[in-house]
Design a protein around this ligand. Structure first.
Ligand SMILES: *Cc1c(COP(=O)(O)O)cnc(C)c1O
Length: 395
């Protein structure tokens, strides 16, 4: 079995499992309790907060634990909107290919009277800093641009965008869920005011993540209750999850450079191999992409059938994001980079981790080639293309 859907979720690392198991059996107190076992949990929690803060270049007081990336995204946007509303700034700058945790929150804010400018991400899936600069207005309260896209893996010029936002005095948030633990991320160097992250995308557990918010930014609560997380996120802390997340992140970052070299080698091998399939195309910039991301379109086929047949061959991949599978709509990310509906339907995302081998990559290339050819064999669209009744879009 080859698991190639790490952008959807990753397998927990041994270190993360160990940290979770030992936290469950040994650090079971409530961090808000004053007796020994409670204080032991508090100490472990604050140690994890410090380790995570260190890794991203933040102060521990700037880290707020959440239930994951979606919650962190929601809280960041709601907080910026609340602050904007108070000062009469109701304009937000974002992009067309954000994760749905961002896009759906923005849609809600639009219903509440906010105006959102969605920047073009161009054919290569990368936002231009000068277009961010041009979109910022007097009444802009927030710019939110993801660090790396979850479907096509393209890495955005975050540092440049952050510098522009700082110069113009606009809050800058980035959804770094796909980036942290995979490529270097530092809130100081990158001029980031708020950042979202999620443990299960870097070999940690599901259901835990964090929001970084620079000192002085007043967060709004999504969840009311106790005074946990400096009063900004109520609920007894998920101590096992948080300790496990810290262990996973430390390990991911310590192996990051070596993994990036290895994975980008395998990634490029996959890209070169799959480009050998006629009428196929790589989605997103070839160079400025995550080390583990490969995303293709194959003309004349359905992505869903491709996935099912690959599963039969022991290859687990996806056609885009886990959130859009099961719906018949083509990926908003592929549409945003200009793929037309027909072509966007025939997409394949392979997101690999360091467990993969060169032999696995070759097996994937062989299997995808066979399955694409097989599916084209009885595709009416392919028949029309071959008969010249329709023009090829991909060459
Ligand atoms: C997975 C993901 C999220 C959501 O994180 P959860 O922890 O699953 O809520 C948000 N943004 C991006 C880019 C993601 O890949």
């Amino acid at each position: 079995m080859i698991y190639a859907d790490n952008a959807a979720t990753t397998k927990m690392s041994e270190a993360a499992i160990q940290a979770m198991v030992s936290a469950m059996s040994e650090v079971y107190g409530n961090p808000s309790s004053l007796y020994g076992i409670g204080q032991k949990a508090r100490e472990a929690l604050e140690k994890a907060r410090g380790e995570i803060a260190d890794i991203i270049g933040a102060d521990p007081k700037e880290i707020y634990f959440t239930s994951g990336g979606s919650e962190a995204d929601n809280q960041a946007l709601r907080s910026a909107a609340e602050l904007g509303k108070k000062s009469g700034k109701m304009h937000i700058v974002s992009t067309a290919f954000e994760h749905h945790a961002i896009l759906h929150t923005l849609q809600k804010l639009e219903k509440e009277g906010f105006e959102v400018s969605y920047l073009d991400v161009h054919e290569n899936g990368i936002v231009l800093p000068e277009e961010v600069a041009a979109a910022i207005r007097e009444d802009s309260c927030l710019v939110t641009v993801m660090y790396a896209n979850n479907e096509i893996g393209t890495i955005q010029p975050i540092r440049e965008i952050g510098a522009i936002c700082r110069e113009r005095g606009v809050l800058f948030h980035t959804d770094a869920v796909q980036a942290l633990g995979h490529i270097p991320v530092n809130v100081e160097d990158d001029n980031i005011d708020m950042l979202s992250s999620s443990a299960h995308k870097f070999h940690g557990p599901k259901g835990v993540g964090f929001l970084y918010a620079r000192k002085g930014i007043r967060l709004s609560n999504l969840i009311e209750g106790g005074a946990q997380e400096r009063g900004k996120r109520a609920g007894t802390e998920n101590v096992p999850g948080i300790l496990s997340m810290a262990a996973a992140l430390k390990e991911a970052v310590s192996k990051m450079d070596a993994n990036a070299v290895f994975l980008s080698g395998i990634r490029d091998r996959l890209i070169d191999g799959l480009l050998g399939i006629p009428h196929s195309a790589l989605n997103g910039d070839r160079v400025k992409r995550l080390p583990g991301n490969v995303n293709f379109c194959f003309e004349g086929i359905e992505g869903e059938s491709l996935l099912l047949l690959l599963d039969d061959k022991g290859i687990q991949a996806s056609s885009g994001s886990a959130c859009t599978s099961g719906s018949l709509d083509p990926s908003h990310v592929l549409l945003a980079i200009g793929r037309v509906h027909d072509v966007a339907h025939g997409s394949l995302r392979l997101s690999i981790d360091e467990g993969i081998t060169e032999a696995d990559a070759d097996y994937i290339i062989r299997s995808v080639s066979e399955v694409v050819e097989y599916l084209r064999g009885f595709s009416p669209i392919w028949r029309d293309l071959m008969a010249g009744k329709k023009d090829f879009i991909l060459f």
